[in-house]
Ligand binder design. Structure first.
Ligand SMILES: [Zn+2]
Length: 237
């Protein structure tokens, strides 16, 4: 059983920000990591989950995956030091055409810097994992199959070159996916893909449709506790 938390920006909320649902305050993130460890959770990489799921390795008692969408620079500047202090890993999903640029897909939103290749390399060297969030962050469900496949394969190849190892995880832009898109993700070589919706993942959950719990500033430690407890109960664990 695996809960996956979905973060975007761990940062103070700038006054010009349009969509507040993408923020978690640094202090909240710190408190969440402290609480997770108190509750017996061990942060794992999504790749590790594949091994656990396949029975190749034994999982920790309560695995949990922390994921960051879009790869904002705050992931390096603010979230990463907190992760390091807690000895926790995470998976960051990058928009490969926009590395070192800003969230250009979001024309109505405040433009914020995205991770540079140098920052990605530094984090990767210290145990942070990276996955694809496609090349351009356009919704894959609104494209022809051939075009979606290019987004999936080209971003995977670019990341493979940047990191010097095959990339096997994907986050669907806007969490939009359907049967066709999931099949293309598999065809493009991804072994796990995440979407939205606050449910837990069991061994029988399709690895190309892993559910995530969205975390924003409204999520208190108590609310997270109640949610994880309810999901564990629901999963019979
Ligand atoms: Zn995104």
């Amino acid at each position: 059983m695996l809960p996956i938390l979905m973060y975007h920006k761990v940062d103070l909320v700038p006054p010009q920000a349009g969509y507040l649902g993408n923020y978690v305050l640094p202090e909240q993130f710190e408190n969440q990591l402290t609480a997770l460890s108190r509750w017996g959770y061990t942060p794992i990489a999504l790749e590790d989950w594949l091994d656990f799921r396949g029975g190749l390795r034994k999982p920790p008692r309560r695995p949990i995956a922390l994921t960051f969408d879009d790869g904002y620079r705050s992931t390096h500047d603010i979230a990463w030091p907190v992760l390091r202090r807690h000895d926790a890993t995470a998976t960051v999903f990058l928009v490969t055409d926009l590395i070192g640029k800003t969230n250009l897909w979001d024309t109505s939103e405040l433009q914020e810097p995205l991770l540079s290749a140098t920052e990605i390399a530094a984090m990767h060297a210290r145990g942070i994992h990276f996955g694809s969030h496609t090349c351009t962050h356009r919704s894959l469900t609104g494209m022809y199959a051939a075009e979606a496949l290019v987004e999936l394969t080209r971003s995977r190849a670019a990341l493979g070159t940047l990191l010097g190892r095959p990339v096997v995880t994907l986050a669907y832009p806007y969490n939009n996916n359907n049967y066709k898109v999931r099949r293309l993700a598999r065809q493009a070589g991804y072994k796990a893909a995440v979407l939205g919706r606050g449910r837990i993942n069991a061994r029988w959950t399709s690895p190309w449709a892993l559910r995530r719990i969205k975390i924003d500033t409204q999520m208190t430690v108590d609310a997270l506790d109640r949610l994880l407890t309810r999901l564990r109960w629901w999963a019979g664990f």
